[in-house]
Each structure stands twice: as C-alpha cells, then as structure tokens.
Design a protein around this ligand. Structure first.
Ligand code: PMP
Length: 411
C-alpha cells in the first residue's frame, strides 16, 4: 500500500498524544521503543468495553459476560492469525514480555532444567531476559552462558555455535535489540539450537510492533511480546508456545480459571490456554490489544517497516553530520533505533535539554547494563522511531542536538 505524506498526517491525527504540546512546543515523541502512543481506535475500544460490555469472562451465562468473553477471545484469534500460530490455544495472555519470560523460566524451567544443564542468552538481552534465567540457574544449579557481541553490536555467531552443546536445554534471545536496534539472525539461531535438542524462546518485544513474524516459519518454541509497544494498552502481552511443550509444562500460577476440578486431595488443571491464565485477567487490556492488532492490520506491516527504514536511514545520515556524534550499534541489519553519545556530554543532560524543546528521547542504560559495560559506556541517548514519526521531527532533533552542543560549548 502506497501512502502519501498527506495520509501520514491523517494517521498522526488518530493519535491524540501526538498533538500534545510539551513546554509550549509541538511534541516530538522518539521514545517508541519504551512504549508506543495509542490510536483513538484503541482508546475507544477500551472505553466501549467499560461503557457497554464490562463483565467478568468465562464465568457467566448472562449477556454481558458472554459479550466480554467473545471480545476477549476474539483478540486471541487476531493474535493467532498475526503470528500464524497453528492453534488459538497456543496464544497465552500475560502482563507483557517480562511476565511471559518469567512464566517460561518457572514452568518450563521447573520441568525441563536440571543440575548442570546450560541456558544460552546474549550480551544484548534486556534485563527481563537475563534475571529470570539467573534466578532459575540458581534454583536448579544450571549454567548460564552468554553470546558476546562485536563492536557494531552484532552477535558473534561463531561463538554462539561454540557455546551450543547437548547440555544446552534452552536458548533465549532477543529478536531485535531495544538499545542498539540490532536485528539478530534468529532463523540461524533457532535452527542451530534445534539441532542440539534445545528449546528456543524469542523475545519479540521490539519486533512484533514493526515486522511480521510467522511462528510456523521461524519455529521458535516460545515467542513473547508486549501490547504497549504495539499501539495497545499497558499491562497486557502474549506468550506464544508450541502446544506440545505447553501441555507438558506445569501451571505457573494457581487460582480461578486455570483449574478443571479442585479438591483438597487432588486438583486437576484446565486445558490450554486457561491453564496459564489464573485469575481475572486484564480483560479491557486484552480487548484493547485486539484493537491494536486491528490497527496494525489496517496500516499493514509493509507500510510500517518501509517507513521506519526510511526514517532510520534519514536519521542515521543526519546524525552522522553532527560533529562528536558516536552511534552505538551499527549492525548491518537494524531496526529504527538510534542509540548515541554526543561528545562527552552526559546522556541525562542532553535528554533534559531536549525535553525543554519538546523532544522525548530516552537516556540511560535501557535495561541492558551488561551491554553498556561491554561498550564501556554508562548509557546512551536513544531515539526510537515509529512509523508515525516524520523526517521533519528528525530535523528538529538534529537542531536540538546542535543546541545541546552549543550549550556545552562544543563546536
Ligand atoms: N525485552 C525487550 C527487548 C524490551 O525492549 C522490553 C521493554 N523495554 C522488554 C523485554 C520488557 O518488556 P515489558 O516491560 O513490556 O515486560
């Protein structure tokens, strides 16, 4: 689908926050890797649920409960079709990426990880794809191995292949790095792990909002992602898992909805996906997630990724015109994230000045402290673009960075 500049202006108008003023200036929102803005259709859908459908799911025979249940389950179908899962019940709702990883670490870990087993992650993982495995390794006396990265921020694949062995029971890797933008060769990672009989989890937090993922083609055992980075609300996300594995895994949390029968002698558990969805879920969030998926379907991944590639190329070119610019993360395959340092100016100072100009960037370690240590830096300034951003906004950021430099007396 070919959209014109006019169309993008129209689409931008669907996002109320993109029309906000910050410190009297038009907002420039470049913190999309942290969370995306929400279109009116998502906001309206959540309001509609609370105004007309509010009820608990799966439990009532009454009209409202059935309406809410249908809407809640409709999202599952939308997600199934978006990631091309074989079965609807392979889609488990979570609070987000973090909960999805913790669920797998606890449940898969409980059943399949034993003393001396090895788990492989990488240097560029988000803390949420490090700490749950450290905790599991401690509980089970398992060993955590880490794939190093090169100076461009790419995984050293030959090192990965060396780390793999029959002892490897799980490989848990980020598809697209939130702090560098690196897009990892997940197909190769998955195929090599599979040969060793290891299970594979892909952290899809930064890919699902931007690019289509087909789980039957890629064949990860697990894929996790968050709604709030894909135009949907916070507090909701997805764990996709292969039916065969999910069926073998014990429940993560006990409570209502996840049981079949309860007695003090023996409790039996519900089928997938409910086995992993204890308690009253985030019904409004799940329904809002469905509206987020419908929004992506309307715009189309092709349009989203083409626009973001254009913004990345333009941003990289313009940033490189700035003297003292050091881009951290220059992988061949990159998403629309530019992390950088400017002379010796502290990222926090730059971020604060940019904020005064109405420009929202993220500064700090981006929940990837080991990666920052690898690059021997305290953190970066990160501009992460969504398809709704524009080249004019990038120009404003470049002007803002020149202003930051001059305030620090840099040429
Ligand atoms: N992994 C990656 C790559 C991320 O970017 C994030 C969010 N910054 C997470 C995991 C954690 O996601 P959430 O906070 O939504 O659970």
């Amino acid at each position: 689908m070919e959209l014109t500049q006019l169309d993008i202006n129209k689409i931008r108008q669907e996002f109320p926050t993109l029309g906000e003023k910050v410190h009297g200036k038009d907002i420039v929102y470049f913190d999309n890797a942290a969370t995306s803005q929400k279109p009116q259709s998502v906001i309206d859908r959540i309001n509609h649920y609370y105004e007309h459908e509010n009820s608990n799911v799966h439990r009532g025979v009454h009209f409202l409960s059935q309406t809410a249940t249908n809407a809640y389950e409709h999202t599952r179908k939308l997600i199934q079709s978006m990631i091309n899962a074989k079965h609807e019940h392979e889609v488990i709702y979570t609070k987000g990426t973090t909960e999805g990883i913790n669920l797998v670490a606890h449940s898969f870990g409980e059943k399949f990880i034993h003393e001396g087993d090895e788990i492989i992650i990488s240097y560029m993982e988000h803390h949420s794809n490090i700490v749950p495995w450290q905790l599991l390794a401690e509980r089970k006396k398992a060993i955590l191995k880490v794939i190093p990265v090169n100076d461009k921020g790419e995984l050293l694949m030959e090192e990965y292949h060396k780390l793999l062995s029959p002892k490897t029971k799980l490989v848990s890797i980020v598809h697209t790095s939130n702090s560098l933008g690196t897009i990892n060769p997940v197909k190769e990672i998955i195929e090599a792990a599979r040969k060793q009989g290891a299970a594979i989890l892909i952290d899809g937090a930064q890919v699902v909002p931007h690019q289509s993922i087909d789980v039957q083609e890629l064949e990860p055992d697990f894929l996790v992602f968050s709604g709030h980075k894909m135009f949907a609300p916070t507090g909701v996300g997805v764990l996709y898992g292969k039916e065969e594995l999910l069926n073998q895994m014990p429940p993560y949390m006990g409570g209502g909805d996840m049981i079949d029968t309860v007695s003090f002698e023996k409790t039996t558990f519900n089928d997938l996906p409910h086995k992993f969805e204890a308690g009253t879920p985030n019904i409004a969030g799940v329904i809002g997630l469905g509206a987020g998926v419908e929004f992506i379907n309307r715009i189309g991944y092709d349009y989203i990724s083409n626009r973001e590639k254009e913004l990345l190329d333009y941003g990289t070119e313009r940033f490189n015109e700035i003297k003292g610019m050091r881009i951290i993360g220059t992988a061949e395959k990159k998403a629309s994230v530019i992390s950088f340092l400017l002379d010796d100016i502290h990222p926090y100072d730059a971020g604060t000045i940019l904020d005064q100009l109405g420009i929202a960037v993220r500064t700090g370690h981006h929940c990837t402290q080991p990666l920052m240590k690898r690059f021997e830096i305290p953190g970066t300034i990160r501009a992460s673009f969504a398809f709704y951003n524009t080249k004019e906004e990038i120009d404003k950021l470049v002007d803002g960075l020149q202003r930051v430099k001059s305030m620090f007396g840099k040429k």
